[in-house]
Write a protein that binds this ligand. Structure first.
Ligand SMILES: [Zn+2]
Length: 148
């Protein structure tokens, strides 16, 4: 786990200067909201040959939801669907407080503290929920089977 001061720095940085923001032309976005906190996110995933070629998001809400989305786009751009599935599972485990070792999660570990804040877990998972749906559609279109 990252030291708390560093984790906060990573979250603040991504909340203030989110990466990969904006619609991807020609890609269908998936929107999710978290009414409990007021977060809204749309995620666009451009999958080419089983690989996430481009990934972006747009939205508004709390720092956790926005930085989680930004961190997700950085972590998963260029990854294969299998790698994305593995990271998604490890990340979800970390947020739910079930993580074994988060060493492969890189900067995503900044959000590990959310596991202790039950009400914020949905904020941290919102982007990933939208992504799961976006990738499910993409792999169905490619005939590669659903992401689960
Ligand atoms: Zn939130």
């Amino acid at each position: 786990m990252l030291p708390e001061a560093i984790a906060r720095q990573v979250i603040d940085d991504h909340a203030r200067r989110p990466r990969h923001v904006g619609e991807l032309p020609g890609v269908v976005g998936v929107s999710r909201d978290n009414p409990g906190c007021g977060d809204q996110l749309t995620v666009w995933a451009d999958v080419q040959d089983g690989q996430i070629a481009r990934l972006s998001f747009s939205g508004r809400g709390c720092a956790i939801s926005q930085s989680a989305a930004s961190l997700m786009t950085v972590a998963l751009t260029g990854k294969t669907l299998a790698e994305a599935r593995e990271l998604a599972s490890a990340y979800r485990g970390m947020v739910m407080g079930e993580a074994k070792s988060g060493s492969s999660l890189g900067d995503l570990q900044a959000l590990a503290g959310v596991s202790k804040l039950h009400a914020r877990r949905k904020c941290a998972l919102l982007a990933w929920d939208a992504l799961a749906e976006a990738l499910g559609g993409a792999s169905a279109q490619a005939g590669a089977g659903a992401l689960s």
